[in-house]
Every structure is written in structure tokens, then in C-alpha cells.
Write a protein that binds this ligand. Structure first.
Ligand code: SAH
Ligand code: SF4
Ligand code: F3S
Length: 449
């Protein structure tokens, strides 16, 4: 048996794609290992969303280069969004790389790897417009985790002016709903309980292809036996329909969490970003969500220091954070991406100011998140246990998430009550005994009482 190590950067889409990469290579005799030093084939799945992510890919390659010197048999492949963007340039910049495959080439990977095994240097960034049949071979042994991702669409048509995704993932295309349902059923039969449906803008699922729309798909998924929790990401505010809002009332399995990227609290900046909604529209959507599901947890993405962002416009974003009171915020300093419209915008903001704004915003949000977390003190919550381990001194450690999206760590001193018990994959009651900045600490309710 040969071994493959996949190093994944970027978003959940890439995590999903990496899982498919491993599945696709299985029939070629490759099994997955978690140490690049031991692998016959090393694959880097890249991200290009910000310069930092782009650079991280090359620094991984710099580290792995040494292996090529030590062992001529190791094969190195580079896939993902940087691969799509840079193609052959990667082979020039890092000549020890054997093959490059773009985001549309994943299903051609078995052929590419066979050719690379025969010493061919390849760059395949052809966009065939296919939504890859990522279901793979159902007979293959899946490594089933309690919670997993399923991609329901590819690409993006929105062309937000700062964003590279439409350039590296191509045009939006929805996957056949039956195919999605089959894949989820297969996973649920093997014990998966939670599914996160993935797309750059799930709200436009099916729209152009005369298929069920996204709320219809959610209803279909909710009928799958064994699946107890459903999540999705990401949702564009401009397309958030009332029909989707109602799903939070009608679908019991739909987790009470909504990630709804706002990007900025200023209408002028939103317009320059080509986001196609106003702050007012956004706030109305939040209100509608909270009306049908008052306990809904909200998270968002923010970009600070977009070209031309004034101090006042930045303050408008801070005001929005204080008004919405998100449970979690992912904030980024604007990063110029090649080929995007914003790259040619004037009035770029200095790095030092971007950094200062980012820190300022994070300070405010950390306080909000901390306060929201502290409301969970002493409460009993249901978590799906995603990981279970024992420390050296015998403490049982469980990690999981609430029905919203809070991370909970449980630590229990060794006890005969659970010594041989399997918690991983179970939904259990946990009593919160401590609240932290970004997570909660709990004890097993049944053991305590
Ligand atoms: N499709 C998702 C987002 C995908 S990218 C959506 O529309 O919400 C994830 C996040 O990265 C974006 O929401 C944005 O906040 C951030 N991002 C994208 N391009 C960026 C750039 N050039 N600089 C800084 N942050 C960026
Ligand atoms: Fe990028 Fe905008 Fe598409 Fe999201 S919706 S992937 S931010 S272009
Ligand atoms: Fe990065 Fe590509 Fe995802 S650019 S964020 S890995 S779609």
C-alpha cells in the first residue's frame, strides 16, 4: 500500500475536496497518513483568499522540498485555488513539484497521479464546468466523523470586488439533489449525525438549473434518517429569502446558527464591494431570523480597511457589531487579490491602519462574545461529541458543539461510570461550569447528578 498525505489550507470547501482527493486515490492503492515525512505522495490543497493564505502554501512547499532531495520517489502535487490561479507558474517557482491540478481537475486526479508516477510533469487547470461527482466509490471505507461537510455547489457568480473566488472556482453550478441525498444517506448509514451543506452562496442553490431550491433541499436532507443536525455555509444576505428564514421554524434538525457575512457596516463601502444590499436590508433579515428563532446564534465575516474606507465608515462597522451582537465574528484586513476589481481601486489603506482597525474591532467583539458565552454558565446544553480522548493522568476529554455553534470542552476525572463508554458520535447533556472567551467548559450532567 502506498501512502498519501494531504495538507489543506483555506475554507471548508477545501476540507471537503481534500477528503475527496483521498477517496479518489484509494483505488490507486494510496491510503492516507498524517505525517508528510512518511508519505509517498504529498498533496498541498491551496487557498488564495488573502495574500497570507497564498504565502502559506509556498512556505509548506519550502518545508517539503527537503523530502524531495532526500527521497527521489516522493511525488508532490499542488491543487486548489492557488493552483487554479497560477498553473504552470508553480512548476517554475517550485521545480520540485511534480503536478499541479486546478479546482476543476479533482476528478481527473487518478489519471494525473498515474502520469506523475511515470515521471511526467503536469499542470492541469482546464475548467470543464463540471460539478465534480464527488460521491466517489460507495464501497470505499470512509473515515466517518460524527460531523461532516457535503458540497452542494461549486463556484460563484457574485464577483464581490475584493474576492478571488469567482476567478479560481469558476461559475456557479449546483450539484444534482439526488446525488447530494445519496451521499448524505451513505454517510448517515455509517454513523454520521451532523451534515454541513457547503457552497459559496447556498441561497442561490438550484436557481439557474431548474432544480429544487435551497429550502427544498434542506427539507429533503432533514428527512434522512440518522441525520440529527443540519448546518450550512455560506449565505449571501442579498438572497436570503423568507422561505429560508421559515426553515428555522419548520425544520427541527436545522441547527440554530446562521453565518451571514456582512463585510461592512457602511452602505458606500458595501456598494464599492458590489455586495448588492444595504445595511438596512441586512438588519431586516437579521430581525426576520430572530423573529422565527429567537435563540439563533449569528456569526459574520468582516473586511476592515477596504480601499477608501474612512474612519467614519469603519466606525459604522463597529456600530453594526454593537447593534447585532454577533456570537462570533471572523474579521480580516483587506488584501489585494490579482485580477479583482478592487485591486485597481485608489486610496488603499496603509497596513498599519488596517491592523489597528482589525485589533480595535476584535477587542470590541471579544468582549461581546465573552458576555454572550457567560450567559451559558450553569446551563445544560446538548453537544454532539466530535472527539474523545484520555489524558495521561486518566482525565476523559470530550470536544463538541452545541445545537447553536458553541464549542464545548468537557473534562472529567477518571470514573468507573464512563470508563468504557463511547461518547464520540453521541449527543449528550453537558452542564456548563466555566465560560471562556471562545468556548465553554462543561461536566457530564449525568455524572454530576
Ligand atoms: N462566499 C462567502 C465567503 C467566502 S471567502 C461569502 O460570500 O460570504 C470568506 C471571507 O473572506 C469573506 O466573507 C471575506 O470576509 C473574506 N475575504 C474575501 N476576500 C478577501 C480579501 N481580498 N481580503 C480580505 N478578506 C477577504
Ligand atoms: Fe467571494 Fe462574494 Fe462569491 Fe462570497 S459571494 S465567494 S465573497 S465573490
Ligand atoms: Fe480559499 Fe479557495 Fe476557499 S480561495 S477560501 S480555498 S474557495
Amino acid at each position: 500500500m502506498k501512502s498519501v498525505y494531504v495538507f489543506t489550507l483555506g475554507c471548508q470547501m477545501n476540507v471537503y475536496d481534500s477528503e475527496q482527493i483521498v477517496r479518489l486515490l484509494h483505488p490507486l492503492g494510496y491510503s492516507s497518513v498524517d505525517d508528510p515525512e512518511k508519505a509517498d505522495l504529498v498533496i498541498l490543497n491551496t487557498c488564495s483568499i488573502r495574500q497570507k493564505a497564498f504565502d502559506k502554501g509556498f512556505s509548506f512547499l519550502g518545508r517539503i522540498k527537503k523530502r524531495k532531495k532526500d527521497n527521489f520517489d516522493v511525488i508532490i502535487g499542488v491543487g486548489g485555488c492557488v493552483a487554479q490561479q497560477e498553473g504552470e507558474n508553480i512548476l517554475k517557482r517550485a521545480p520540485y513539484v511534480d503536478f499541479v491540478f486546478g479546482t476543476s481537475a479533482i476528478h481527473r486526479l487518478p489519471d494525473l497521479v498515474r502520469r506523475a508516477e511515470n515521471g511526467e510533469k503536469i499542470s492541469d487547470t482546464t475548467e470543464d464546468g463540471e460539478v465534480i461527482e464527488t460521491g466517489g466509490n460507495p464501497n470505499l471505507p470512509d473515515e466517518i466523523t460524527p460531523s461532516g461537510f457535503v458540497s452542494i455547489m461549486r463556484g460563484c457568480n457574485n464577483f464581490c470586488t475584493y474576492c478571488i473566488v469567482p476567478f479560481v472556482r469558476g461559475r456557479e453550478k449546483s450539484r444534482d439533489p439526488n446525488d447530494i441525498i445519496e451521499e448524505i444517506k451513505r454517510r448517515s448509514l455509517k454513523g454520521m449525525k451532523e451534515i454541513t451543506l457547503l457552497g459559496q452562496n447556498v441561497n442561490s442553490y438550484g436557481k439557474k438549473d431548474d432544480m429544487p431550491d435551497f429550502p427544498d433541499l434542506l427539507h429533503m436532507v432533514s428527512e434522512i434518517e440518522g441525520i440529527e443536525r443540519i448546518r450550512f455555509a455560506t449565505s449571501h444576505p442579498k438572497d436570503l429569502s423568507d422561505k429560508l428564514v421559515d426553515c428555522f421554524k419548520d425544520i427541527e434538525k436545522l441547527c440554530s446558527h446562521f453565518h451571514i457575512p456582512v463585510q461592512s457596516g457602511s452602505d458606500r463601502i458595501l456598494s464599492d464591494m458590489n455586495r448588492k444590499y444595504s445595511v438596512k436590508h441586512y438588519l431586516q433579515r437579521i430581525e426576520a431570523l430572530r423573529k422565527v428563532c429567537p435563540e439563533i446564534e449569528l456569526s459574520t465575516d468582516i473586511i476592515v480597511g477596504f480601499p477608501g474606507e474612512t474612519e467614519k465608515e469603519f466606525n459604522d462597522t463597529l456600530s453594526l457589531l454593537k447593534e447585532v451582537l454577533y456570537d462570533n465574528v471572523f474579521a480580516f484586513a483587506y488584501s489585494d487579490r490579482p485580477g479583482t476589481r478592487a485591486q485597481s481601486f485608489e486610496n488603499k489603506i496603509e497596513d498599519a491602519i488596517k491592523k489597528e482597525r482589525l485589533n480595535n474591532l476584535l477587542d470590541i467583539q471579544n468582549e461581546i462574545t465573552k458576555n454572550k458565552n457567560s450567559a451559558f454558565m450553569d446551563k445544560t446544553v446538548k453537544i454532539l461529541v466530535e472527539r474523545q480522548s484520555f489524558t495521561d493522568n486518566g482525565t476523559l476529554v470530550l470536544n463538541g458543539r452545541t445545537f447553536g455553534n458553541r464549542i464545548v470542552h468537557v473534562e472529567e476525572p477518571l470514573s468507573t461510570l464512563f470508563e468504557n463508554k463511547k461518547f464520540k458520535g453521541e449527543i449528550i447533556d453537558v452542564q456548563i461550569v466555566k465560560t471562556l472567551g471562545h468556548s465553554l467548559k462543561g461536566r457530564l450532567s449525568e455524572v454530576k447528578s
